[in-house]
Design a protein around this ligand. Sequence first.
Ligand code: DC
Length: 224
Amino acid sequence: MKKFVIAIDGPAGAGKSTVAKLVAKKLGFLYVDTGAMYRALTLKALNEKIPFSEEEKLINMAKNTKIELQDNGVDYKVFLDGKDVSEEIRTEEVSKGTQFIASILQIRKILWKMQRSFRGRYNIVMEGRDIGSKVFPDAQLKIFLDASVKERAKRRYLQLKEMGLEGDLNIIEKEIIERDERDRKRSISPLVRHPDAFYIDTTGMSIPQVVEKIIFLCKNLNPQ
Ligand code: DC
C-alpha cells in the first residue's frame, strides 16, 4: 500500500514551511523541505567555487553529493555530505544562487529521485514548487498555497524584524515579484498549479486556520 503524500507547492513567502511542518507534526508524518536540497547543492557549489555557468561541473558535483534531511518533530536539520548546514543554507548568497541550480534539468532529476525515495518509507508532507506537478502528480492530497504579494512582503518584513533586522517593505516587495517571475517563468519545472490541487489563498488567514484546513482536507480523504 502506497504511503500517504501531501504535496504543498506555492510561491516564496506563502507560508509553506511553517504550515507544512505543523501539518506533518499533527499527523505524525515526515516533513520534507525540497527547497533545502536545492539550497544545499547551491552552498556546495559556492564552497567549491564552481561557477554557476559550469553546468557539467555542477551536475558532476550533484552526482557526488549526499544530502540528508532530519526531522525529529522538533528540529529540522539539513546535512550536506555529513555536515550540518541547516543555518548556512539560509543566507542571502545561497538564496540568490538557487535559481541557477534549480534550472539545470540533470540536477533536478537527481533531486527528484531523492525526493521520490521518501515515499516507500514514510507518510510525508513534501513542500516545494513542483511536488504536485512533477515529483508526485499522484499525491493523495495536493495543495497550492498562495498569498498576495503585499501580504507576503509584510510577513517577510515582520520575520526580519523578529530577527532584529530592519527591512524596507518596498524593496522586499520588489524582490518577491522578481522571485515569482523566476519561479513561474523558468522553462524547466516552473511553479504551476496542478489542476487537482486545492488552492488556498492564505491572505488574511492565520497559520492555525491554514493548518486546520489542510488537516480537514486530509481527513476527508481517509488516509491510513
Ligand atoms: O523554498 P525555498 O526558498 O527554500 O527554495 C529555494 C530555491 O529552490 C528557490 O529558488 C526555488 C527552488 N526550488 C525549486 O526549484 N523546486 C522545489 N521543489 C523547491 C525549491
